[in-house]
Design a protein around this ligand. Structure first.
Ligand SMILES: Cc1ncc(COP(=O)(O)O)c(C=O)c1O
Length: 388
């Protein structure tokens, strides 16, 4: 039978990760030692009190029904956490759980956009920011993030016509992949911009607990007017290593949450109850593991960036996230080619910057998913490969 597929499904090709994987398998077969710094899956362990809460809840047969709603304990835990951690007071109808921020991003545009409506997304940026709106035939317009502007958008350079047309804008700091952090003044400008042009802001706050240099990560909702203009996605994946459990929250403007909930209830019957109990335990603390892990990420960041600088590759330290955004070494211009060559010669796998958008070309992204000792080994392997 001849099966013809939709244009949308044809948008998604296997892409660079499949190619990297194939190459990795080939190198492993040849006996090469591989260091995989490509995927942002934390290697840290989920805290025992979280696992305990999931396990206990999983023993109760009543917890296998459709959840349908967020349990009150979970909503309360989010409220307490946002109050304690960010000094943000939340009402229950300003909070909705999702099966991870990725899923939320994939569906959010259905809440606001008709076909051809405009969504502003960062370039370079995390791929689902583009894909989500495209899935409902909205049109993404990319705003550039340049190193010269500390990878912050220049809001005054977004053309008036584009700003007027935009339904929502995705903003993500600490930012994947560019590893920059936004100052408070940026959020104040952003909210004024959103009000002026009536653009909803979606702030992806996946990395507020992985931030370096003694700074403390914040929330978009701390800023005056934020709840009027938008929502924040807060994920438990990276802060609490609850990655595979799939739990994050859309938090903020209650009208948006209400509509978004209406869309999502068509596709989803609620997060598995044991996962909800575990998430409540995570948000209720203790938090010492979150803090310890942030310090460990910072040591890894210094070991990788400092180590690469010591062997002649000028890589700046990250300001936050679990990644490093490295400009290609002198003499290289194509990030795909460089990634392949690096893997072949040193066994180190990273991601070409071009997979995060056109302005990612000229960079590669490393995930800080190996400990300091292994990172030192990685730096040595890159040095010994002669690629620099
Ligand atoms: C910026 C950003 N947003 C969202 C996600 C996905 O988060 P979740 O696991 O909650 O779907 C990631 C994961 O790497 C990310 O880097």
């Amino acid at each position: 039978m001849n099966i013809t597929f939709s244009n949308k499904s044809n948008m998604f090709q296997a892409g660079i990760f499949a190619v990297l994987n194939e190459k990795k398998e080939e190198l492993i077969r040849q006996g090469k030692k591989i260091y995989n710094l490509s995927v942002g899956t934390p290697d840290f362990k989920t805290a025992p009190h979280i696992i305990e809460a999931v396990s206990e809840a999983a023993k109760d047969p009543d917890n296998y029904k459709y959840a349908l709603v967020d349990i009150p304990q979970l909503i309360q835990a989010v409220q307490d956490f946002y109050q304690k951690r960010f000094q943000v007071a939340l009402e229950a109808d300003e909070i909705m759980s999702m099966n991870g921020s990725q899923e939320g991003m994939a569906h959010f545009a259905w809440t606001l956009c008709n076909p051809q409506d405009v969504v502003l997304v960062p370039n370079p940026g995390y791929p689902i920011f583009n894909i989500g709106p495209s899935l409902c035939d909205a049109k993404t317009i990319q705003y550039p993030l340049y190193k010269e502007n500390n990878f912050l958008p220049r809001l005054d350079e977004i053309p008036e016509e584009t700003a007027k047309a935009a339904k929502f804008m995705v903003v993500n700091y600490p930012a994947n992949p560019v590893c920059a952090v936004a100052p408070d003044s940026f959020y104040e400008e952003l909210i004024a911009f959103a009000r002026k042009y009536e653009i909803v802001i979606l702030h992806d706050n996946a990395y507020s607990d992985i931030i370096y240099g003694g700074r403390k990560g914040g929330s978009f909702l701390q800023f005056e007017g934020a709840k009027e203009v938008g929502v924040e996605f807060y994920s438990l994946s990276k802060s609490f290593n609850y990655t595979g459990a799939r739990m994050s929250f859309a938090i903020g403007n209650k009208k948006i949450i209400e509509k978004f909930r209406a869309v999502r209830t068509q596709i989803d019957y609620g997060v598995f109850l044991p996962v909800q109990y575990g998430a409540a335990a995570a948000l209720n603390g203790p938090f010492y593991m979150v803090e310890e892990q942030c310090r460990e990420y910072e040591k890894r960041n210094q070991a990788l960036c400092g180590g690469l600088r010591s062997i002649g590759w000028n890589v700046p330290d990250s300001e936050g996230t679990m990644f490093v955004w490295a400009p290609l070494p002198d003499g290289y211009t194509d990030s795909n080619e460089f990634v392949m060559e690096l893997m072949e010669k040193s066994g180190v796998i990273c991601v070409p910057g071009s997979s995060f958008g056109t302005l990612g070309e000229g960079y590669v992204r490393f995930a800080l998913v190996e400990n300091v000792e292994r990172i030192e080994e990685i730096v040595e392997s890159i040095r010994a490969s002669g690629i620099l």
